[in-house]
Design a protein. Sequence first.
Length: 152
Amino acid sequence: MTTPLKGERERLNLTQQEVADKIHVGKATYVRWEKGNPIPSDKLNELDQIGFDILYVVTGRKSGLTVVDSSDSISIDHAVEVAKYAAPEAIRSVFQVKRLRQEVSNSASFDVMKSMDLIEKAAAVLARAEITGKFNTAELFEELSPSKDGNA
């Protein structure tokens, strides 16, 4: 069974040892957390700082994603809320992917305008997830893969 902590680590394409090193704990301690042992709040903060969705780790519920009814139409207000959610989340997602690829080192070196195509792709995936209530991490990573963005 995959725990939310393990799922987030895999989403970020990190090994257990890499996470343990980044948050200054031993690998055995981190492995116990992946098996369901409680995580100290200071370490949750450190996990958040390296890109983990802490709401998901703690509750099993993705932050920002809500399930809507299965009707075929949505209200204008809901569409606006989806867009407001998807835009900044797309920017964060592209930044995190570029940071993991070591294409940027910090937010100051991240050029949004040069990444607009990737941001639009990520926004489409995230908006679709917000509307349907079905988030597919693999689809997001596929859209942001080097072969798709031309930056390979």
